[in-house]
Ligand binder design. Structure first.
Ligand code: DGL
Length: 275
């Protein structure tokens, strides 16, 4: 019953954790928010690689994780190939902006991708985008500052930045020149979807990848013979929350965005995990 490790630069990966817990209710999860080092998205690959390595070492050493979900588009694009090479026996699932389902769903053929600057500048994203060249008009919207505002519970900042970036992503609608589908290419953004929606017609489609990532995690666990429901009878799995910042902030985010009940097991209220 070793846990599945999930990490992000901060609270954004909670949007993925919600889908994971729904898809895999018997698994134990440990969620690590690298809050003391967030945001990742405007800092460059070397920084993100170093932090990703440190967090994964911690999750392996302290928790013996049996699988890893990199619940962060930025860390996936910068580091997942290295993590896979360094931990060949650890099943690892990453995230990339959901361009494929967005292009498939769009009727106007115009799609906007909201993501961090780091994700949009990466070679991995360039390759993804190139694979849809000719089949859709794809607009990139780097959302500088939005992660920081979400991490800080800065309601005024979130509101202003959502308005600004939705203006850049549009115009929205169903006409031939309109964007009808927006990819939320950073795991923080689904947490503010209601705020984003305020600046768009009800028909606008948002795509995020929490559910497919959870399904892929199930497939990997099953093929490794590691699915909890195969190993143990019984009820819902445990959740452990850890943060390199203050875990109380992470708990507040989990309460606010996921409706999780606290306290989480075995974590002192003021804990900070040095990694
Ligand atoms: N949540 C992360 C992502 O999906 C990025 C956040 C950050 O900039 O730290 O890209």
């Amino acid at each position: 019953m070793n846990p599945v490790g999930v990490f992000d630069s901060g609270v954004g990966g909670l949007s993925v954790l919600a889908a994971l817990r729904a898809e895999l209710p018997h698994e134990n999860f440990v969620y690590f928010a690298d809050t003391a080092y967030a945001p990742y998205g405007e800092r460059g690959d070397a920084y993100v690689i170093e932090r990703s390595r440190a967090v994964v070492e911690h999750l392996l050493r302290a928790h013996g994780i049996k699988a890893l979900v990199v619940a962060c588009n930025t860390a996936t694009t910068a580091a997942i190939h290295l993590l896979r090479a360094e931990h060949p026996n650890l099943p690892i699932v990453g995230l990339e902006p959901g361009l494929k389902p967005a292009v498939a769903a769009s009727r106007t053929g115009r799609v906007a991708v909201m993501a961090t600057r780091g994700t949009l500048a990466s070679a991995k994203y360039a390759a993804l985008r190139a694979s849809f060249a000719g089949s859709a008009d794809v607009r990139q919207v780097p959302c500088d500052g939005l992660v920081k505002a979400i991490e800080g519970f800065d309601a005024a900042g979130i509101s202003a930045l959502c308005e600004r970036y939705m203006n850049e992503a549009g115009p929205f609608g169903n006409g031939p020149d309109d964007v009808d589908t927006v990819v939320l290419g950073c795991t923080h953004y689904p947490l503010v979807k209601d705020e984003l929606r305020r600046h768009a017609p009800a028909s606008l489609r948002f795509i995020d990848t929490g559910v497919p990532v959870a399904q892929q995690t199930r497939r990997l666990l099953a093929s490794a013979g590691q699915l909890a429901e195969q190993l143990a009878e019984g009820g819902p799995g445990n959740l452990t929350l850890e943060s390199s910042g203050h875990v109380t902030v992470l708990e507040a985010a989990a309460r606010r965005w996921l409706g999780l009940t606290m306290p989480t097991p075995a974590i002192p209220a003021t804990a900070t995990t040095a990694v």
